[in-house]
Design a protein around this ligand. Structure first.
Ligand SMILES: Nc1nc2c(ncn2[C@@H]2O[C@H](COP(=O)(O)OP(=O)(O)OP(=O)(O)O)[C@@H](O)[C@H]2O)c(=O)[nH]1
Length: 371
């Protein structure tokens, strides 16, 4: 049995598991402004009780006035923020941090932020969080923040698949260096990002200046208000926006090589699909799990991001699921439906996987006789 099967085949767990430590991942192409962003974030009072994991302190050039106390690999800032460097393996660092927090050796941080310097693909980090049994017991993925360089991103996304993928999996998109570009160019880039990832809010920033509150607590559960916000998390309405390609009732949109680069038929963007699947009848849980297992086994690499709220037969409360490629978080039973709408809704960001193929296979699995 693979990891995904181990995580999904059990019955959904109750909502108290949402109270784990939220982890946000900051990613972005080389030189896109991650360090500049962090430097600005670390000065903000709101970041108190945050542990930030980075590759090296030196990279962010911490001002000495900011530093309250320092040990070999951890620095406490006057803002209350804790900075840690990755010593060896990221898994070891995250486990060590949790233990130190537990023993009272470091302040009891309530949120963790990981900066992914030098990594083109955030997926391995997301897998580490979801797939490692110890880490997933303490931490939960809150969201992915991606910096996009307003000066270079168009060309980078044309040339390479990584920046396209980074933008596609984001929960928040930060357009950096916006002081250097004109309005028309910024709008074109924003449109391209919206086509790739319609649900992620886009913030234009200069020199890393953005309010930390916009970036974190992007998950289903908001630790500040101790409440769930399914609509804000799922943003299914973004996938039905009228300005996108419209197939099969307006839910699937991927670009067909139109407005920006009509001559380039092999754009990386054109492999990315963003859509919402809905299912009216209550879902049979075991058949749903079998479907997800089939998908993660055969198409894991192409399931960039999946989030959903499900109406499961025999369960009067909604069940939330989310996954990254071949790994899914354990499904969670939420305390209440967010609205009158009781349909199951799943939003997907995929590579080369169409909405109707997935929709049909979901329906077929639900109808199958034996699991
Ligand atoms: N004009 C301008 N320059 C910026 C802005 N944000 C970042 N820069 C500059 O862009 C360069 C790269 O920024 P970094 O913050 O180091 O980018 P990074 O993503 O951390 O880079 P790597 O760690 O190498 O991947 C630096 O010279 C920054 O000063 C901005 O908003 N405006």
């Amino acid at each position: 049995m693979n990891d995904s099967a181990a995580q999904t085949s059990e019955a959904p767990v109750k909502e108290k598991t949402l109270d784990k430590l939220p982890v946000s991942v900051i990613t972005g192409f080389l030189g896109s402004g991650k360090t500049t962003l962090l430097r600005h974030l670390l000065t903000q009072d709101w970041m108190a009780d945050t542990a930030v994991v980075i590759n090296e302190f030196g990279e962010i050039g911490l001002d000495h006035e900011l530093v309250e106390a320092a040990s070999e690999d951890t620095i406490l800032l006057s803002s209350g923020c804790l900075c840690c460097t990755v010593r060896g393996d990221l898994i070891d660092t995250l486990r060590r941090l949790y233990k130190q927090r537990d023993r009272g050796e470091i302040p009891p941080f309530r949120r963790l932020v990981i900066e992914t310097t030098g990594l083109a693909d955030p997926a391995p980090i997301l897998h580490t969080l979801i797939g490692d049994p110890l880490l997933s017991a303490f931490y939960r993925l809150d969201g992915v923040v991606t910096t996009v360089d307003a000066v270079n991103a168009m060309a980078q996304m044309d040339r390479q698949p990584e920046p396209v993928k980074q933008a596609a999996v984001a929960d928040r998109l930060l357009l950096t260096k916006t002081d250097l570009m004109d309005e028309i160019t910024l709008q074109k880039l924003e449109q391209r990002l919206r086509d790739l990832n319609p649900a992620a809010p886009i913030y234009r920033i200069v020199q890393g200046q953005v309010d930390a509150r916009h970036l974190f607590n992007a998950g289903l559960y908001d630790p500040e208000t101790k409440s769930l916000d399914v609509q804000r998390w799922l943003r299914e309405e973004a996938y039905n926006a009228p300005d996108h390609d419209d197939t099969h009732g307006g839910h699937d949109h991927h670009r067909t090589g139109d407005h920006h680069h009509a001559h380039d038929v092999n754009r990386h963007d054109d492999h990315i699909r963003a859509f919402c699947l809905t299912h009216d009848a209550p879902l049979d849980w075991d058949r749903f799990v079998a479907w997800i297992e089939m998908l993660t086994t055969t198409q894991g690499a192409n399931l960039l991001r999946v989030k959903g709220i499900l109406n499961v037969a025999g369960e009067d409360k909604p069940v939330a699921v989310h996954g990254v490629q071949h790994l899914f978080h354990p499904a969670v039973v939420l305390p209440a439906w967010p609205s009158e709408d009781r349909r199951s809704r799943l939003v997907f960001i995929t590579r080369d996987l169409d909405r109707d193929v997935l929709g049909k296979s979901l329906a077929d699995f639900q109808k199958s006789a034996v699991i």
